[in-house]
Write a protein that binds this ligand. Structure first.
Ligand code: MF3
Ligand code: CO
Ligand code: CO
Length: 291
């Protein structure tokens, strides 16, 4: 593209005043094929207007999760939580992105104990004291998406092992976020997540992972939570991705429910935990959008 054309990012600025230097920097890089290093495609890079849009979706999404903070209690069923989140999101002008996404039947995912992710809210799933529960909510607003999840210990008390799993999984997410730096590679995230999980005697789910998010629900890159530093897609300012480690007490193997085709469980029926944030890669580091 020539210097005086409008930039490909949609900012409305001339290329020379926008992403020209950025493109030159990427063009000058040597991507190691063996390490599967690759530059990001333009579609995963957000301009200022896109970032504002994602932030606004995140405000609603965070509000829905804050509501879950209040509602998760022993005795509540997960369909009631689903309906409350749905109503909150819709009342605030947003749309619960999970609803009918690739046929998913409810508005949010609620995953209890051995359920790793994609648990379908149900009147029959009643939370009990000591359960560990992930509530994963995605909101889209005017075409922009924000995705985040939190863990809850129902009733506040559980076994020391379950408590450790929930804590270590959050630490994995925070370490992964710290590793997500501009001009570094996406593989750096999974390298630190997995190191911390393994050190604590846990395994990392690799069948599913994080993803680019923002102008779509799921975009490149795939964010593995067990990977090697310096591998995969280059992270650059303007990218928005999720970091969402799923960490297991036992083995990493998972199964998908043969009847509902959604519920992912640990193959050994041991506990699993997950936390998720949407983050923005900035010039100097990153920013957690979903808080
Ligand atoms: N929110 C999940 C994620 O973190 C995706 C759920 S897809 C659904 O990527 F269809 F199960 F809702
Ligand atoms: Co999610
Ligand atoms: Co996600």
């Amino acid at each position: 593209m020539s210097k005086n054309e409008l930039c490909w990012c949609g900012s409305g600025k001339k290329y020379k005043r926008c992403h020209m230097e950025f493109d030159e920097k990427i063009d000058a890089m040597d991507f190691d094929e063996f390490l599967q290093q690759e530059p990001p495609p333009h579609r995963v890079i957000n301009n200022e207007r896109d970032i504002e849009g994602i932030r606004k979706a995140a405000v609603i999404n965070n509000g829905a999760l804050d509501l879950m903070d209040e509602l998760v209690k022993p005795g509540i069923d997960t369909l009631t939580l689903n309906d409350a989140a749905h109503e909150f999101i819709v009342e605030h002008g947003g749309h619960p992105s999970c609803l009918h996404y690739e046929g998913f039947p409810k508005s949010i995912c609620i995953s209890v104990n051995e359920v790793v992710c994609h648990g379908i809210p149900s009147r029959d799933t009643i939370l009990r004291e000591g359960d560990i529960v992930n509530v994963d909510i995605t909101t889209d607003l005017h075409g922009y998406f924000a995705d985040a999840s939190r863990m809850y210990i129902v009733g506040g008390k559980t076994s020391p092992e379950a408590e450790k799993l929930v804590r270590v999984t959050r630490e994995c997410m925070m370490l992964g976020i710290e590793a997500a730096q501009p001009w570094k590679f996406v593989g750096d995230i999974g390298a630190v997540c997995a190191k911390h999980a393994h050190k604590n005697g846990f395994s990392v789910v690799t069948a599913l992972g994080g993803h680019g998010v923002g102008k779509k629900f799921h975009l490149e890159p795939f964010v593995s939570h067990e990977s090697h530093a310096n591998t995969g897609m280059l992270l650059v300012p303007g990218m928005t991705i999720t970091v969402e480690p799923m960490i297991n007490q036992g083995g990493k193997k998972v199964t998908v429910d043969p009847i509902d085709h959604w519920t992912v469980r640990t193959a050994d029926k041991k506990l699993s935990a997950q936390w998720e944030h949407t983050i923005l890669i900035t010039e100097n580091g990153n920013e957690v959008i979903s808080k």
